[in-house]
Design a binder for this molecule. Structure first.
Ligand SMILES: Nc1ncnc2c1ncn2[C@@H]1O[C@H](COP(=O)(O)OP(=O)(O)O)[C@@H](O)[C@H]1O
Ligand SMILES: Cc1ncc(COP(=O)(O)O)c(C=O)c1O
Length: 274
């Protein structure tokens, strides 16, 4: 049977605020890859809003994936994002073992923290446990906070790190499993960008001029574009360029519309041009 390539999106579903699966799924679909959500939690609004309704979905995850297996569902891509507990890391490891075929690409966005600090929901034990996903990943997309936690090194600060410093961090992460490492959110003067490492190839810094201040959901738009493009077979460097350009354009439009930062990126405006 001929069909489109297919990706499982392991992340939370947040109803309002444009993040996680709500953002990744339309982007992956627009890139012509079939997207199958695997929810880790259900939130009314994301955690940058006060008092969100949150329901942890750990208890459904095993029966949900076993049911997919019974139905013979196969994936050419698995992307993982926000995980709420150590038990979820174990389930996601089992999910990857159960569903990874020879041609399945595993993309892990180790959502753990920012600006040198872990998110409130990430205990040091959970951050330690996330290391378990590294040997299972083909591609990882940490920011510098997450990269330093995964390596057990001090946070280097987001000063203008040299290519050599970034290369050492990316290579050390790659030695733990993933052949491709994209370190996101790297500030360089007026730019923000990504250090792209591919084992056996020259690395590159791919950035754009920083648009506006902090805004929720940039990481999820980024992971969505990487998932869709890499699962359909595009090369890493042009894919990261595409993601950075798309985010810049959508951020500029979002700022023009005066949309509050917690309401995410108005990516819908450009979705059909991906
Ligand atoms: N303000 C911004 N202006 C331009 N590009 C941005 C901006 N914020 C993020 N990006 C792009 O999106 C990528 C991912 O965003 P980032 O904020 O690092 O993700 P995360 O939310 O996972 O920390 C960045 O590496 C950069 O390419
Ligand atoms: C549950 C949840 N998922 C995803 C996000 C979005 O994260 P990012 O801004 O790194 O894309 C948030 C942001 O607050 C969140 O609360």
């Amino acid at each position: 049977m001929k069909r489109q390539r297919r990706a499982a999106l392991v992340n939370d579903i947040t109803g309002f605020g444009r993040c996680s699966i709500t953002v990744e799924l339309p982007i992956v679909s627009a890139l012509k890859v079939e997207a199958c959500p695997f929810p880790t939690a259900l939130l009314s609004v994301h955690t940058a809003f006060p008092n969100p309704f949150i329901r942890d979905e750990t208890s459904i995850m095993r029966p949900y994936m076993e049911n997919w297996k019974e139905h013979g569902v196969e994936f050419e891509g698995i992307s993982t994002g926000f995980l709420g507990s150590e038990a979820q890391v174990d389930i996601v490891s089992d999910f990857i073992h159960l569903f990874k075929k020879k041609d399945t690409l595993v993309i892990v966005d180790p959502v753990m923290g920012d600006w040198g600090k872990l998110y409130a929901s990430y205990s040091p034990a959970l951050s330690e446990k996330m290391k378990q996903l590294l040997p299972l990943a083909d591609v990882i997309t940490p920011n510098l906070t997450e990269a330093s936690r995964l390596l057990g090194i001090p946070y280097p600060g987001n000063r203008d790190l040299t290519d050599q410093e970034l290369e050492e961090i990316a290579r050390a992460l790659s030695e733990k499993g993933p052949s491709q490492v994209v370190i996101t959110g790297i500030s360089r003067k007026e730019n923000v960008g990504n250090y792209v490492f591919e084992r056996g190839r020259p690395s590159a810094y791919i950035g754009s001029r920083r648009v506006g201040g902090e805004r929720s959901g940039t990481g999820d738009v980024f992971t969505g574009i990487l998932t869709g493009c890499l699962v359909r077979g595009d090369a890493l460097i042009p894919t990261v360029r595409k993601a950075a350009d798309f985010i810049s354009r959508a951020l500029a439009y979002t700022a023009e519309q005066d949309i509050p930062p917690a309401c995410g990126i108005a990516f819908e405006q450009f979705l059909t041009e991906l």
